[in-house]
Design a protein around this ligand. Structure first.
Ligand SMILES: [Fe+2]
Length: 504
C-alpha cells in the first residue's frame, strides 16, 4: 500500500510527507483521503502534508451529509474564480463582483480582485521552479530599483567587481554576518556574479536593517582588498508621498482576522456584540460596506501538537459551518472579502489560494474568497490583504522587531516591496513562476493579521492596518507571556483614508 500511495503522488508530480504516509496507512481506506485531497485542491502542492490528508479525511467523512443542503455560489462569483492557469495576472481583466437585487446603488458592492494566485498556481516545487521563482523576484525588484535616481547606471555585479571607483549595483542578499569589530558583511548576488559588501558601524548605513533574500541597491566604493564599502543602500520602497484616492462618499471598510472559530478560546460574546453593532443605527456602522477578513478564520485541525485539547469544534468542516452562520448574521450592506491564513484549510505555502470549493459552498454567495495575499479594489481603493505569517521571520531576523509592533514589520515590507522576503524561515513559500509576494502595484491600504495585536498607521501615504483577533489568550500564548489585543475593529473611511479602532 505504501508503494501505491507513493506512486500516486509521484504521478501527480508531488511528494508525501512521511507523517502523512503513516497516517494514511492507518486508515481503513488509505487512498481515499489522498484521492479526495488531490481532487479538491486546485493546485497540487509540492509536498502533501499530514494536515492536508487529515483535513481531507475529515471533509470526506462529513461532506456527503452537508453538501446536499447548501446553496451554490452565485454565477458572478464562481465565474470570476475560474481563471486559466499560467497567465500573468496583469494581462487578466479584474474579476468583478456586484451583488444583484440589492436594496439600491448605495448598497451595491464594487469589488474587483486585481491580484491573486487562486487558479493560477503552476509550480511543482522542482529545482527549476525555485531558480525561476528567485529570478522573477530579482528581475521584478531590480526593475523597480533601476528607476531610482540613486541607482542610475547601475552595473551588473560581475562588472562592479572589477571596478576601482564608485560602484552602483543591485543584488539579492545571500548572507549577512557581523565582523569582530561590530561592522556587517553582506554577500550579494545577481545572475552574473557575487560580491561582498562591508557596512561600517560608524557610517550612515549603520542603522539599515537587512534580511536574507531581499533585493537592494548598493552605492559604494571598492577598497584595495576588493571589498565594497557601502555608502548608501537603496530599497525599492514606495513613492515618497502618495495621495489617498478618496471616493466621494464616506463609505467604510472594517478589518478582522484570526477569528479562530472552533477554538475553545474563540470570543463568541465579543463577536455577537460586533454583529449587533454592525446592524445598529450607529452612523459608522451604517456607513460600513466591507469587512476584510485576513486569515485564520477558523482554528483548523492538526495545526500544532495537541491542538485537539483546545478545540470546541473538532472537525474542519464544522468549524467553517459555524463561521458561515456567523457571516450570514452580518447585515446585508456589508460585503465580506475573506483570505486564508496558516490555520486555514488550504496549502500552507504562500501565496495561498482561496479556500477550496467544498468549503466555499458552505457560505452565502455574497462572500468573496481570495488568496493570501490578494490585492483587492474596493470602490477603486486598492487594498492589499496579507495574513502576515512572515512577521514570525521579521521578528527573528531584525533586532528590535516584536509581535506588539506589527506595523514596523509592515513598513519594512513596503520598503522591500515584498511581504515575505526571507526564504527558509517559518513562512513556507511556493516557487511560483511569478513572485506573487512582491508588492506591486503600491496599495492604498495594506492590512495584515496573524500576530493577535492591533494597530493603524500610515507609511508614505499608504494606510496600514493590523487587524485584531477574536480569540482570547491561548494556553500557548500564556506560557510565552504573549498578551493579545482581541476584539478591536479597525475601520477605514474610503473617502479620506482615516482609520479608527473600535473596541468591543
Ligand atoms: Fe496566523
Amino acid at each position: 500500500m505504501r508503494e501505491e500511495l507513493l506512486a500516486l503522488v509521484s504521478k501527480r508530480g508531488t511528494l508525501l510527507e512521511p507523517a502523512a504516509v503513516d497516517y494514511l496507512l492507518n486508515q481503513e481506506d488509505p487512498m481515499g483521503p489522498l484521492d479526495r485531497f488531490l481532487a479538491t485542491c486546485r493546485e497540487v502542492p509540492f509536498v502533501i502534508t499530514l494536515r492536508d490528508v487529515v483535513q481531507a479525511a475529515e471533509i470526506g467523512r462529513i461532506a456527503a451529509v452537508h453538501t446536499r443542503s447548501v446553496a451554490p455560489l452565485s454565477t458572478a462569483v464562481s465565474t470570476a474564480r475560474v481563471m486559466p492557469p499560467g497567465i500573468a495576472f496583469r494581462a487578466l481583466p479584474p474579476a468583478s463582483f456586484r451583488r444583484e437585487g440589492d436594496a439600491g446603488a448605495d448598497h451595491a458592492p464594487n469589488v474587483s480582485i486585481l491580484r491573486d494566485i487562486t487558479g493560477r498556481s503552476t509550480c511543482e516545487g522542482t529545482l527549476e521552479d525555485f531558480t525561476r521563482y528567485f529570478r522573477n523576484r530579482f528581475d521584478t525588484l531590480a526593475r523597480m530599483l533601476r528607476n531610482r535616481r540613486e541607482l542610475g547606471g547601475a552595473q551588473d555585479i560581475s562588472r562592479a567587481r572589477r571596478s576601482t571607483r564608485e560602484v552602483r549595483f543591485i543584488g539579492m542578499i545571500s548572507d549577512i554576518r557581523p565582523t569582530k569589530n561590530g561592522h556587517r558583511i553582506l554577500e550579494l548576488e545577481d545572475a552574473t556574479d557575487r560580491i561582498t559588501v562591508l557596512v561600517l558601524s560608524n557610517s550612515p548605513t549603520a542603522t539599515e536593517t537587512f534580511v536574507l533574500d531581499e533585493v537592494v541597491g548598493i552605492v559604494g566604493k571598492v577598497n584595495d582588498r576588493g571589498l565594497v564599502i557601502a555608502e548608501s543602500v537603496v530599497r525599492p520602497d514606495v513613492p515618497v508621498a502618495k495621495p489617498f484616492p478618496g471616493i466621494k462618499e464616506h463609505l467604510r471598510v472594517a478589518f478582522a482576522s484570526d477569528i479562530h472559530v472552533g477554538s475553545t478560546t474563540f470570543l463568541d460574546e465579543k463577536w455577537s456584540k460586533l454583529t449587533s453593532w454592525m446592524s445598529s443605527d450607529d452612523e459608522i456602522a451604517r456607513s460600513l460596506r466591507y469587512l476584510v477578513v485576513s486569515g485564520d478564520v477558523v482554528d483548523g485541525i492538526g495545526v500544532y501538537p495537541r491542538q485537539d485539547e483546545e478545540l470546541a469544534i473538532d472537525d474542519i468542516y464544522g468549524q467553517y459551518e459555524a463561521l458561515s452562520t456567523m457571516m450570514a448574521q452580518l447585515p446585508d450592506h456589508v460585503t465580506v472579502v475573506m483570505i486564508p491564513g496558516n490555520h486555514d484549510a488550504v496549502r500552507p505555502a504562500e501565496p495561498q489560494p482561496a479556500l477550496p470549493q467544498p468549503i466555499r459552498k458552505l457560505f452565502d454567495s455574497n462572500l468573496i474568497f481570495a488568496g493570501n495575499p490578494s490585492l483587492v479594489s474596493l470602490h477603486g481603493v486598492k487594498v492589499l490583504a496579507y495574513h502576515g505569517r512572515s512577521m514570525d521571520d521579521f521578528v527573528s531576523a531584525i533586532p528590535g522587531m516584536n509581535y506588539h509592533r506589527p506595523l514596523d514589520a509592515m513598513k519594512e515590507m513596503l520598503k522591500m516591496r515584498h511581504v515575505a522576503p526571507i526564504y527558509g524561515g517559518k513562512t513556507p513559500i511556493a516557487p511560483e513562476a511569478e513572485d506573487h509576494l512582491i508588492i506591486d502595484p503600491v496599495p492604498d491600504i495594506f492590512v495584515t493579521g496573524h500576530v493577535h495585536s492591533v494597530g493603524v498607521d500610515a507609511y508614505r501615504g499608504v494606510v496600514l492596518v493590523n487587524s485584531s483577533t477574536w480569540q482570547a489568550q491561548t494556553p500557548y500564548q500564556k506560557m510565552r507571556n504573549i498578551e493579545p489585543l482581541p476584539a478591536r475593529l479597525p475601520i477605514v473611511d474610503l473617502a479620506t483614508g482615516q482609520a479608527v479602532i473600535k473596541e468591543f
